[in-house]
Design a binder for this molecule. Structure first.
Ligand code: NAP
Length: 496
């Protein structure tokens, strides 16, 4: 990768203790047994930011041992005490928001303003699930038999695992570890190769908040060892649950691995979100939503609008508005004032964006704005709008994960719903209309775990996040989120 000369966000850190180059096991900061490390790079400049340990099977097993031992105490710690620690942890994330945002921007590339939003979102899961810890209620069920009583307990599972992606390096970590530890479990977590520094910074604050050793362990490793670490986790009979966020392909592989030990899974996988603009929509509202669900994080989110369906009668008007908007977006490194579009995560990501555009052009689409790597070079790509996109093109079938909006025209509501649902994925869907009857009809007809009407922003800790079809199993956030991390025990008293 070529190197571009810019200052690193890490140069601006106030508390350099938050930047760790060691993994976190049993409350200790440790290296790999053989001292091996891999580089973490700034996608905006290509510069090496840090080197973190290459963990393999042996070190991962040690982390599982630590989580197993810690469960002995943590599993029976009062919910009230667990909640207090999670609350302190959330407060510390907020107190250190600026430094955490700088670390996040340095390794992931998103604009600093977006990193600040993500850190707040990450802290919100610690706060929310700390509160939920006190409300993991059971049941008393009226008995159908004389001399009996029936009660139901919710119990922690034990040792759990988390595997997280690079696109939300802070929030995906707390969206897993917060419900897990709030419910009394312990966890071994593996962050993505590109973004381990945010996960490690979250551990520094966990330690400061008083989370006991071994309750949360973070194992770092590069992509070529991810399978080894994943297999070590999933083949260990102590692992009772795996929470994974990432691609559908890797999610399926992990689900198969978990079958051998009948380990529970919660999978947040890839999406292919439709974004439908009906002729009776407020077009300004729809345009505003494109920032949050298309160009945010340079389009690298699982709930990115991937297929923009626009009704024929408003097609030209909406395309003109979107073109003006995209042309005005500021491309720059995350710490540059006013930057709205950061770099893509790596060369593979940029190659995929170019491949999708080339495929669309070959099949008859046209570029209205953008369409090429940005003049800044490196991993920067121009905000792009394409018209004449059809549902068969690669960009309509796979996540593009770039700042590219492909417009698919449609005539009728039925046609729009049919196109929207014609995908193996079902994470999120957006639509825009002012017609109340249509709002209900379309909202109910869309095959997605999350539906946004007249908005492009759906993420909050209080609502259940997750997909249907091949976008996943299970929900994160909300009162439903903690249910994934507990077992239900039916306890019957007889002979009364
Ligand atoms: P990915 O390649 O599936 O990687 C995700 C995580 O899995 C990384 O930590 C990765 O480690 C690890 N991994 C890869 N192969 C593995 C294996 N064989 N065994 C164990 N772990 C393995 O996905 P990504 O490209 O990083 O992330 C983008 C994907 O995540 C997109 O599809 C996006 O839609 C999805 N996503 C979904 C949600 C949601 O909530 N539904 C949220 C965010 C992202 P390495 O980094 O070391 O390879």
């Amino acid at each position: 990768m070529t190197t571009i000369e810019t200052s690193s966000a890490l140069d601006l850190l106030e508390d350099r203790e938050l930047l760790r180059e060691l993994a976190f096991v049993n409350g200790e900061w440790v290296g790999a047994d053989d001292g091996g490390t891999f580089e973490v790079r700034d996608p905006a400049s290509g510069r090496v930011l840090a080197e973190v340990p290459v963990f393999g099977a042996t070190e991962t097993t040690r982390a599982l041992d630590a989580a197993g031992a810690a469960f002995e105490t943590w599993g029976t710690t009062l919910a009230k005490e667990r909640a207090a620690i999670l609350r302190r942890w959330a407060d510390l994330m907020r107190d250190n928001s600026e430094d955490l945002s700088l670390i996040l921007t340095a390794e992931q590339g998103k604009p600093l303003s977006e990193s600040r939003g993500e850190v707040e979102y990450a802290a919100s899961f610690l706060e929310w699930f700390g509160e939920e810890a006190k409300r993991v209620y059971g049941d008393v069920i009226p008995t159908p038999m004389e001399g009996r009583r029936i009660v139901v307990f919710k119990e922690p599972l034990g040792v759990t695992g988390g595997i997280t992606p690079w696109n939300f390096p802070s929030a995906m970590v707390t969206r897993k570890c917060a419900p897990a530890v709030a419910a009394g479990n312990t966890m071994v977590l593996k962050p993505a190769e590109q973004t381990p520094l945010s996960a490690l910074a979250v551990c520094v604050l966990a330690e400061r908040a008083g989370l006991p050793p071994g309750v949360l362990n973070v194992v770092t490793t590069p992509a070529e060892k991810a399978q080894e670490v994943g297999e070590t986790m999933t083949s260990d009979p102590r692992l009772r649950m795996l929470g994974f966020t990432g691609s559908t392909e890797v999610g399926k592989l992990l689900m198969k691995q978990c079958a051998d030990t009948v380990t529970k899974v919660s999978l947040e996988l890839g999406g292919n979100a439709p974004f439908i603009v009906f002729e009776d929509a407020d077009l300004e509202l729809a345009l505003g939503a494109m920032q949050s669900c298309k160009y945010r994080n340079s389009g690298q989110t699982c709930i990115s609008a991937n297929r923009i369906l626009v009704q024929e009668s408003v097609h030209d008007e909406f395309v003109a508005m979107l073109t003006d908007y995209a042309a005005g977006l500021v491309v720059g490194s995350g710490t540059e004032e006013g930057s709205q579009i950061g770099p893509l995560i790596d060369q593979q990501g940029l190659d995929k964006v170019e491949r999708h555009i080339a495929n669309a052009l070959e099949s008859g689409a046209e570029i209205v704005v953008g369409g090429s790597p940005h003049d800044r070079g490196g991993l920067f790509f121009q905000p792009t709008v394409l018209t004449g996109v059809s549902p068969e093109m690669d960009m309509s079938c796979e996540e593009t994960f770039g700042p590219v909006a492909g417009i698919i025209p449609f005539r009728t509501e039925e046609e729009a719903i049919a196109i929207a649902n014609d995908t193996p994925y079902g994470l999120c869907a957006y639509f825009f209309t002012k017609d109340l009857a249509r709002a209900w009809r379309v909202g109910e007809a869309l095959e997605a775990g999350i539906v946004g009407l007249n908005t492009g922003f759906v993420s909050t800790e209080v609502a259940p996040f997750g997909g249907v079809k091949q976008s996943g199993i299970g929900r994160e956030g909300s009162k439903y989120g903690i249910e994934e991390w507990v077992d239900t025990k039916y306890f019957t008293f007889a002979g009364l």
